[in-house]
Design a protein around this ligand. Structure first.
Ligand SMILES: [Zn+2]
Length: 510
């Protein structure tokens, strides 16, 4: 007898509907599985058979054929165990076949019949709701992330026996509930606030400018100058996430298997800080069973690269293209997949090995050592950082001064306004922020008056800029003007933008 139930495959962070077809017929006892399966999926038959036996189900030996379609999608992971088991049981008559209609199911079976969590339940339920399914049956541990999606019942199950009773109508299960208000109450407020940083006004200003145009930022300064504290404060001055953005980030975490049961919807902008020993793959994503990397986990938030020169060069090379494109493509034998990767990169570094250059009274490095240290950052990578700022050591007086510091909330209000201006300007284009402007866009969005043109020309000569460097200054000047609520880019705006660029020049062209 033939039965069919739906499940889902992950392609990047999207789910595709998969039909799990099972035929049980006469002939030599056999368990045959087809449909472009990875070895992990093929192993399902052992888990399914043992889980059934240990759930007290004895099935007469028959010829069992399992087909997962469509055949052109590669099937990976253990999430097909549960739908395969259920379709087999339906073919044997243990579950009414009509009970499987309109249901999408995923779950890994352990040998004792328990149902273990799987990755990607959030995008699966989202796809099921969009395709008009009435219900999803998912592992109990994944039910909350499924319940985030409106308009579909999500049933969490713990054992194979429970699923059988449920589908036979012998055991009712309440659909999982999700309460947005509870989540909002629990997750309010950023952990780090600029209010706690004394002094460092220029650094805070540079962070505000960078965030306002979503420019990548480099902080350079001696140890203990608060570089990483500054980086950690940055998510707190970014605008609140929209629900759509929250869902998108949560989907990435769901696919990575990192969504917490208690926090099924991510409401805070991510802050990822991979150690400098991170592999290129962990940073970019991929692997035999592909998962999003750190850059995608930082999507719509901040990727913080502390002690940047300590990272291996080839690790950075994988970042270059995605930093430009806002997504990362992973090529595989079975076709390529794409993960979103629109993160603001914040990098921090000491200016030399001992950390005190250019304070020649304290720096113990030779000029060669300093060059070597700074040379670890490649020019193509520097080209992708629009704002560079020097974080000086904090003077004792600043540490103890009773001056009230501006809070992240206050800074954020200005950032939100600058984002709003950009949203209006770029409406209907593929651009969202000034940092994404191309040379052509810069010409039309950053017109300069006569005085301003002359100033740019001077800077071009004086700093020995490349065309790329010239455009980067204009993009940052555009952001500074937006922050000031000015349509026109003035000499003041250019002067500040040039300043962020000359700091880079000071270290790398010395
Ligand atoms: Zn030094």
């Amino acid at each position: 007898m033939f039965s069919m139930i739906c499940s889902a495959a992950l392609c990047g962070i999207k789910a595709e509907i998969i039909h799990v077809e099972v035929d049980v017929g006469e002939g030599l006892p056999l368990f045959l599985m087809v449909g472009y399966l990875s070895s992990q999926v093929k192993e399902a038959q052992e888990r399914v058979k043992t889980a059934m036996k240990n759930s007290g189900l004895r099935l007469a030996p028959r010829r069992i054929t399992v087909n997962l379609s469509p055949a052109d999608i590669r099937k990976e992971g253990a999430g097909y165990d549960l739908p395969i088991a259920v379709a087999v049981l339906a073919s044997y008559g243990h579950i009414p076949r009509q009970a499987l209609q309109g249901i999408l199911m995923a779950g890994e079976l352990s040998l004792n019949g328990e149902i273990c969590p799987v990755r990607g339940v959030l995008p699966m339920v989202r796809q099921a709701a969009a395709a008009g399914f009435r219900c999803c049956i998912v592992p109990k541990k994944n039910e909350k992330e499924g319940a985030v999606i409106k308009g579909i019942r999500v049933i969490g199950v713990s054992t194979l026996q429970e699923v059988i009773s449920y589908l036979n109508g012998k055991h009712a299960i309440e659909p999982a509930a999700f309460c947005m208000e509870d989540m909002l109450a629990a997750g309010k407020g950023a952990k780090y606030d600029f209010r706690e940083i004394n002094g460092q006004e220029a650094v805070k200003r540079a962070a505000e400018v960078a965030v306002s145009g979503m420019h990548n930022l480099l902080l350079i300064g001696p140890p203990g100058s608060g570089k990483s504290m500054t980086a950690r404060c940055i998510p707190g001055i970014l605008p609140d996430l929209s629900l759509e953005e929250s869902l998108e980030i949560s989907e990435i975490y769901s696919v990575a298997g990192l969504l917490q049961e208690q926090e099924p919807l991510i409401l805070q902008r991510p802050f990822r800080s991979p150690h400098h020993t991170v592999s290129a793959q962990a940073l970019a994503g991929g692997g035999r069973y592909p998962r999003p990397g750190e850059l995608s986990l930082a999507h719509r938030g901040v990727l913080f690269l502390d002690e940047m020169p300590e990272f291996r060069r080839e690790t950075f090379e994988v970042l270059r293209q995605p930093m430009e494109e806002g997504q990362i493509q992973i090529s595989r034998v079975s076709g390529s997949i794409t993960y979103p990767a629109k993160a603001m990169v914040v990098a921090a570094m000491n200016p030399c090995k001992c950390g005190y250059y250019p304070d020649l009274g304290r720096c113990s490095c030779t000029p060669g050592e300093i060059r070597h240290y700074l040379g670890k950052i490649s020019q193509p990578l520097l080209d992708r950082i629009d704002v560079t700022i020097e974080a000086p050591e904090v003077a004792y007086g600043q540490l103890t001064s009773g001056r009230r510091n501006e809070s992240s909330e206050e800074i954020r209000k200005r950032v939100v306004k600058a984002h709003e201006i950009q949203r209006e300007r770029y409406e209907g284009t593929s651009i969202h922020f000034n940092s994404e402007l191309t040379a052509e866009g810069i010409r039309s969005c950053c017109p300069l008056g006569e005085k301003e043109s002359r100033m740019m020309e001077e800077a071009y000569e004086r700093l020995g800029l490349s065309a790329r460097g010239y455009y980067r200054i204009l993009k940052v000047a555009r952001t500074i003007a937006d922050l000031a609520g000015s349509r026109r880019i003035s000499c003041d705006h250019i002067a500040e933008a040039v300043c962020y660029r000359s700091i880079e020049k000071k270290f790398w062209d010395a």
